[in-house]
Design a binder for this molecule. Structure first.
Ligand code: NAP
Length: 327
C-alpha cells in the first residue's frame, strides 16, 4: 500500500515522498484498522516538515497530523467500534492508506458526517472553539476580533461565534475575501492597515472588544491591541509572519492589554478522555447540523503528495488542500 514519508527536513515539496509500505495486517488486541478517506494539510505539517515546529522529527518517518476514515477491522477485546464506523484519528502519522490504531487513538464520528470535514476537526476546529471559550467570558452580542480570518481556524471561528450570537471583526489581507466571509456569517470584514483601530471602532460603534485572536504575529499584534478595550487579551496561536509578537509599553501598562499563547498540542494532554470526546462530539455535531464547514480547494492522491505540498504552501488559496489516500 501507499504512504507519505518524510525523507529529510527541508522544503515540503522536495522531502515528502509517496512510498510503498507493508499493509498493516490484522489488528491486534484493542486495535482497529482504519482506511483513511481524507487527510488535511495544515501549516503545522509544513512547519514540522521544514524544521520550524516545536519538535524536529528524526527522518525518515511517517507524517500527517490529521486524518479521518472508516474502521475496516477490529481486534480482540474491541467492543466500542465495529467495521464501517467513521472515525477521526488522534494519531499524528495519518498520510497513508491504512493505519492500525488503538481505541484511545480514535474518536467516533457520526454516520452522517462528511469525512473530509471530519478530517479538518482535530486541529483547527478545536483550536477555534477553545480559543473562543477559554480566555475571556463572552456573551451573545459581544465582539471578538481576529486576523487571518479566511484561514481554516478563522472560518471555523466565524461560524462558531455566529452560532452563539458572538459578533466578529475579521481582518484579512485581500479584498476579494470580504464578501465570502460576510456570506458565511462574519459581521465585519476589514483589510489590515495602519488605521485599523479607527475603522474597527467605526464598524462596531465603539464596542469594548475584550478578545483578539492572532495567527500572524509581528506588528499586526500591536494594531489588534489598539482595537481592544482596557484589560483585553490577545491570544496568539500562529507564527505566519515569522516575526515576534509586538505590543507597545503603553498598551501593556496603561491599558493592561495581555498577550497569551494557545497551543492545542499542549492543551490536549491536559484533557481527560471524556473531555476530548465531548469536545469532538460537539464539533462533529456542528458539522452535521451545518454550523461548521471549511472550503476545500483541491484534493490529491498520495502519488501526488509533492504537488499537494507545493499547493498547500501557496498562500492566497481559497480553501484547504486535502490528501485522499484511497481515491
Ligand atoms: N497553536 C495551535 O494550536 C494551532 C492550531 C491550529 C492552527 N494553528 C496555526 O494557525 C494558523 C492558521 O492555520 P490554518 O490551518 O487555519 O491556515 P490555512 O487554512 O492554511 O490558511 C492560511 C492563512 O494564513 C494566512 N497567511 C499566511 N501567511 C500570512 C502572513 N504572512 N500574514 C498574514 N496572513 C498570512 C493566509 O492568508 P491568505 O489567504 O491571504 O494567503 C490564510 O488566511 C497557522 O499559523 C497554524 O500553524 C495553530
Amino acid at each position: 500500500m501507499k504512504a507519505a514519508e518524510l525523507t529529510a527536513i527541508g522544503p515540503a515539496s522536495d522531502v515528502v515522498r509517496c512510498v510503498e509500505v507493508a499493509e498493516p495486517g490484522k489488528p491486534g488486541p484493542g486495535e482497529l484498522r482504519v482506511e483513511l478517506t481524507a487527510c488535511s494539510i495544515n501549516p503545522a505539517d509544513l512547519l514540522l516538515i521544514e524544521g520550524g515546529y516545536a519538535n524536529v522529527p528524526e527522518t525518515p518517518c511517517p507524517v500527517g497530523i490529521e486524518g479521518a476514515g472508516i474502521v475496516t477491522a477490529v481486534g480482540e477485546g474491541v467492543t466500542a467500534f465495529v467495521p464501517g464506523d467513521k472515525v477521526m484519528s488522534l494519531n499524528r502519522t495519518n498520510w497513508t492508506q491504512q493505519l492500525l490504531l488503538t481505541e484511545a487513538q480514535v474518536i467516533r464520528m457520526p454516520a452522517e458526517i462528511d469525512l473530509e470535514q471530519a478530517a479538518m476537526l482535530k486541529v483547527n476546529a478545536a483550536t477555534s472553539l477553545l480559543m473562543l471559550r477559554d480566555y475571556v467570558t463572552l456573551a451573545a452580542g459581544d465582539w471578538v476580533i481576529q486576523d487571518a480570518a479566511n484561514s481554516g481556524v478563522g472560518v471555523n471561528l466565524i461560524r462558531l461565534a455566529r452560532a452563539d450570537g458572538i459578533r466578529t471583526v475579521n481582518v484579512v489581507r485581500r479584498p476579494e475575501l470580504i464578501e465570502p466571509l460576510i456570506a458565511i456569517g462574519a459581521d465585519v470584514v476589514l483589510l489590515d492597515g495602519d488605521d485599523l483601530a479607527a475603522r474597527v471602532a467605526e464598524a462596531t460603534d465603539g464596542a469594548d472588544i475584550k478578545l483578539a485572536i492572532d495567527a500572524v504575529a509581528g506588528p499586526i499584534v500591536e494594531r489588534l491591541g489598539d482595537c481592544l478595550g482596557d484589560g483585553g487579551v490577545v491570544v496568539n496561536y500562529g507564527l505566519l509572519s515569522g516575526e515576534p509578537c509586538q505590543l507597545r509599553a503603553d498598551q501593556v501598562v496603561f491599558k493592561d492589554i495581555r498577550l497569551m499563547g494557545f497551543w492545542l498540542a499542549k492543551k490536549m494532554p491536559a484533557m481527560s478522555r471524556d473531555e476530548v470526546e465531548a469536545l469532538y462530539g460537539e464539533l462533529a455535531t456542528r458539522v452535521v447540523d451545518g454550523t461548521l464547514s471549511v472550503p476545500v480547494t483541491a484534493r490529491y492522491p498520495l502519488e501526488d503528495v509533492s504537488k499537494a505540498m507545493a499547493h498547500a504552501g501557496t498562500y492566497g488559496r481559497d480553501g484547504k488542500v486535502l490528501l485522499r489516500p484511497n481515491g
